[in-house]
Ligand binder design. Structure first.
Ligand code: FEO
Ligand code: CA
Ligand code: CA
Length: 639
């Protein structure tokens, strides 16, 4: 193994990796933060236990534990019996529902590719033509009578992918090739027969997009000096996409894949390099996350190619109906650790995209296209030109979208703002958030929701740019281990409006353990308790599906919560009910519905990430991330 590849980060999560990059300051501002928060409480008159969020209004305001039952509607729109929390190594769905595997990591997409090899876990060549690892966001498209499923492959669990190596890490060039090929996006044609969905091998639509696929750079940052490298002196073409987390879909039939923790793939062959502060803000440093890509691909060596990281961290648009199309990095939507991209059509025809930056103390963004959508027209470059905003929340339950312009940020150009977007948002004093994950917009009401998954540093440590993270607004709890979902209603029923009202739809917590703010809001009960909301999506009935990526110890603060899970919420009544429990050590992420709504496709990511699952194949098999299909036994629509 090259010296530059660390072994000490083996068990670290992405956010733990960032902690190494961004250690606590020698002098903490915690005391000052607490003082400000306490002053606000006194000013607003709220209780210390609930802080600013005591003023959250609406159907699901925080309430004492004894009134929780009242939060449930007398008649429920949730047509299933709740699933109990559990720690089983399988998927659990309600009575009257069933599930099956659609595809797993390593399943061949083409003839001639060997089936997944339990001993070697595949090769570079096999992985390049097989379903990628750690499936995340996904969307289903109907096209000329065919059904195309597009799925992100976010990352690889090194100890699983390289479980055939004593080190649990890539040990040669083909191992690295396999790892790069396991990332990106898998596009497969699927079909349903007798209630079972299967991948159609050799479909002309089947395609792998990996860390090496040619990609075009478009939008304001295209051709900027910060985007130019030795391999691409024009700053217009890069290779690949990786750490593809959540997704989006456009009204014109394309797929958006969202580059999240892109930083963990870069390293330096020069151990004395002092990375630029601009790279540090994004967590790019001397060591990678153990994937060793720089050992075979020099563009990941920041001592030789310091601009290469500037070309990652974007939204990438893919046309799933054209297998030879070139994916496009839409720089107009900014560069940060993109979670998903929720696309909404405003009444004016402008395309609005809500975007979260998933890191402690980072921000929530909105893009509004310059042009308008034309039914049947050419909408292919609508995401290349528009305004980018960041959210500011106030404790009076109001908020504003602040446009990131050169005048507002002090930056030289729109291009620089799109490349150093985090710095631009800091410059305008945006609200530091508890890790914005997925955003979802209600199809039946002009409102949107964002999962703020958790933030153990809330009130304790600034973000990587030094911005304070005081308790307040939609981030009401210090040392927030459970997370919350914020909801905003745009002024005048218009997603392009610059003002909005907000509240917390749910503050997750555990009423079996806590009797203070950490018990959660009134719509959290002993029966539905969960932590770390992450994935989010609406069904056709306007019910909201919540997926979790949190602590699955089922002990201590998390006692009674079991494995990661999926719940369904009624935005009108506030009721939340557990629909699904995943296998051991997985997260649930990614959701899309069949055109006839009789199937919901759900992602099971990284089962057994700590070595304690054999999902889905059982026995002593290697655990494999998978897309599952969930249906009703009676064949009626599920959402
Ligand atoms: Fe890939 Fe923030 O989850
Ligand atoms: Ca996520
Ligand atoms: Ca997460």
């Amino acid at each position: 193994m090259p010296d530059s590849v660390p072994t000490s980060t083996e068990e670290l999560s992405f956010d733990a990796f960032d902690e190494i990059r961004n250690p606590p300051p020698a002098t903490t501002e915690f005391d000052a933060v607490v003082e400000r928060a306490m002053s606000r409480r006194r000013f607003l008159g709220g209780s210390i236990a609930f802080g600013a969020s005591a003023f959250v209004t609406g159907t699901t305001a925080l309430a004492p534990v004894e009134t929780r039952a009242a939060a449930h509607a007398a008649t429920s729109r949730l047509g299933f019996d709740a699933v109990a929390a559990n720690s089983l190594d399988t998927v659990t769905v309600p009575d009257g529902f069933n599930w099956h595997i659609v595809t797993r990591w390593g399943d061949p997409m083409f003839s001639g590719v060997p089936e997944f090899d339990q001993a070697t876990r595949g090769t570079g060549a096999s992985q390049e033509r097989a379903f990628g690892d750690n499936n995340d966001g996904m969307a289903l498209f109907s096209h000329q009578g065919r059904t195309i499923l597009v799925v992100n492959n976010e990352y690889a669990n090194r100890n699983i992918m390289y479980g055939n190596r004593d080190s649990g890490l890539p040990e040669n060039a083909d191992d690295v090739r396999k790892g790069k090929a396991a990332h990106g996006v898998s596009i497969v044609e699927v079909s349903e027969q007798s209630g079972f969905w299967r991948v159609i091998r050799d479909s002309p639509y089947n395609r792998r997009i990996t860390a090496d696929t040619p990609v075009e750079i478009t939008g304001p940052a295209r051709g900027h000096d910060l985007m130019k490298t030795a391999f691409d002196p024009t700053g217009t073409r890069s290779l690949g996409t990786w750490n593809n987390c959540g997704n989006g879909r456009t009204p014109w039939g394309t797929y958006l894949t969202c580059e999240e923790n892109f930083n963990g793939y870069f390293s330096s062959s020069d151990p004395d390099l002092q990375p630029a502060a601009e790279l540090g803000r994004y967590g790019v440093g001397l060591k990678d996350w153990g994937y060793a890509w720089a050992t075979t691909d020099e563009r990941f060596d920041i001592s030789k190619h310091p601009n290469e990281p500037n070309r990652a961290g974007y939204i990438v648009e893919i046309d799933p109906t054209n297998p030879t199309s070139t994916p496009k990095k839409r720089t107009a939507l900014g560069r940060f650790k993109h979670e998903n991209a929720e696309v909404v059509m405003a009444a004016s025809g402008h395309v609005v995209v809500y975007l979260g930056d998933d890191e402690r103390g980072e921000f929530l963004y909105r893009f509004v296209s310059a042009g308008t959508y034309a039914l049947g027209g050419d909408n292919s470059d609508l995401l290349d030109s528009g305004r980018l905003y960041v959210a500011k929340f106030a404790d009076d339950m109001r908020g504003a979208w602040v446009e990131l312009t050169p005048a507002a940020t002090g930056m030289a150009s729109d291009a620089e703002i799109r490349i150093h977007t985090r710095q631009a948002a800091s410059a305008v004093g945006a609200t530091t958030m508890d890790r914005p994950e997925w955003v979802a917009a209600n199809p039946h009401r002009v409102e949107a929701y964002c999962c703020l998954t958790n933030n153990k540093n809330r009130g304790r440590k600034p973000n990587a740019g030094g911005d304070a993270t005081p308790v307040g607004g939609p981030n009401p709890r210090a040392a927030n281990n459970y997370g919350q979902i914020v909801r905003w209603v745009p002024d005048n029923g218009d997603h392009t409006a610059d003002g909005f009202a907000w509240d917390l739809f749910v503050t997750a917590g555990n009423p079996t353990v806590h009797h203070d703010a950490h018990a959660g809001s009134a719509n959290v009960t002993v029966e539905n308790t969960f932590n770390s909301p992450d994935g989010l999506g609406f069904d056709s009935k306007g019910l909201m599906w919540i997926q979790t990526d949190g602590n699955y110890s089922n002990a201590g603060d998390f006692a009674g919560q079991g494995n990661n899970q999926m719940l369904i919420a009624d935005p009108v009544s506030g009721e939340i009910r557990r629909f699904l429990v995943g296998p051991k050590e997985c997260e649930i992420t990614g959701i899309t519905f069949s055109t006839d709504r009789r199937t919901v496709f759900v992602g099971i990511q990284h089962p057994g990430e700590k070595g304690n699952s054999h999902f889905p194949d059982g026995g002593q098999s290697v655990p494999r991330s998978a897309v599952i299909a969930v249906r009703r036994d009676d064949g009626k629509p599920v959402g």
